[in-house]
Design a protein around this ligand. Sequence first.
Ligand SMILES: *Cc1c(COP(=O)(O)O)cnc(C)c1O
Length: 489
Amino acid sequence: MKFIETRGNDGIKPKEVEFSYALLNPIASFGGLFVPKFLPKLEADFFQKAKNKSYKEITKEILQKFKIDIDEKTIDEAISLYDKFDDGKNPVPLRKIEEDLYINELYHGPTRAFKDMALQPFGHILSDLAKKQKQNYLILAATSGDTGPAVLDTFSNKDNIKVACMYPDGGTSDVQRLQMVTQSGKNLQVLGIVGNFDDAQNTLKSLLASPTFKEELQKQNTKVSAANSVNFGRIIFQIIYHIYGYISLSKEQKTDEFYEIIPSGNFGNALGAYYAKKMGLPIKKILIASNINNILTDFINSGVYDLRGRVLLKTTSPAMDILISSNVERVLFDKFGASRCKELIENLKQNKFYKLSKDELEKLREDFDAVYCDDDFAKKTIKKYANRGYTMDPHTATTLSAYESLKKEKLPCVACSTAEWTKFAPTMLNAIKNDNVSYSDEEALSEFSKTLNLHIPKNISELFDKKVLHEKIVNKKDIEEEILTFIRG
Ligand SMILES: *Cc1c(COP(=O)(O)O)cnc(C)c1O
């Protein structure tokens, strides 16, 4: 399988690349992204046959369809990392919470957010490639709270890899911050940034583009790569759990089509669903749920992606507090081609907005619909379901807004649950007590779990006694030097 570029080719970079190349060098010509040249199709009897297969078997089968240039042994090792999840045979249990609403729980991995689904196998593949090429890699990660812990966990003490992870200071929960700053591994650097997630992501992008940064890294025999969902190496693993979710659904009830609901931020999860749909997963529509940072809602409803006058608002679903959703670009490319995609993205850069034509909007809406909710809605939803015995985190709670308002046909819905409640305990407690007290994560975890008689997994409960290993908070302008010092050291 070859990979091509969302903004076309600049005549310098290779026109088509293999999977391993796209994984190690995720930024394509003109700052674009890599996408598969075509998507494999699921054959007619795929779902029938898949019913008796495990998650790992299905993952392997789908990866084989992509014909990626990774040897079988490495793929097997990567997939075996799902054994670190609560149930290695079924890392993504599907839970029914309404007659026609199922929750695809994607958070049963080591860092309790769905980022582990892709980052666990991705980390192994990347380190393995680096080792075989006898090349050192620096992984730059910008996180709004869940990517960071998952990236650090997967790369901790891996050969030929160093990780520099940036998070917005004050923009994550205590648990998320502790997961990062207590993470051991001599190859890891964790930096708090003065600013929000978009600042962190922009810093990452400008580092990737900085010639002086590259030059200095070259002296250290180090290349740079990224573990954000701009990296297709992550997206490929995010196609699979949507497919598996439907396989689980069809064991519960017979249905030809279903709605897939996704709490979206950088649009990686949604893109995985879009690709799965194109491969033959019978999704009626992908319903995008947002919080009050509702730029995607506006885009999918009006065709205008508009940053003008927008500021990032802090919500109780911080992983969705994003204005520039990087993976929308891959959908633009897929639907409208490279030159139009490049034009739209350049408009966004220069004029802070772009506008689809009426036809283009119609095409977008064939696959997507979108709605948003505020924190109050999310809290009421958390409380409603907690009272009925189901605990969902504030991100997952946003999907109920889509379930309630966007379902046009009588079909079952599968909503992705992207994090365990334990990562956002103060909000959970506020929700069930209907108060606005600012609890610490530690006291909220304790009280919420006692009230609802829930278990707190060890990887969360032990965080509070762990030693803090990374204390630095830095300004954007000092990032480059900080990281270079770490690389030289
Ligand atoms: C990352 C994340 C999201 C957003 O996922 P995208 O793929 O970036 O759209 C939603 N919820 C949680 C809990 C996350 O960690």
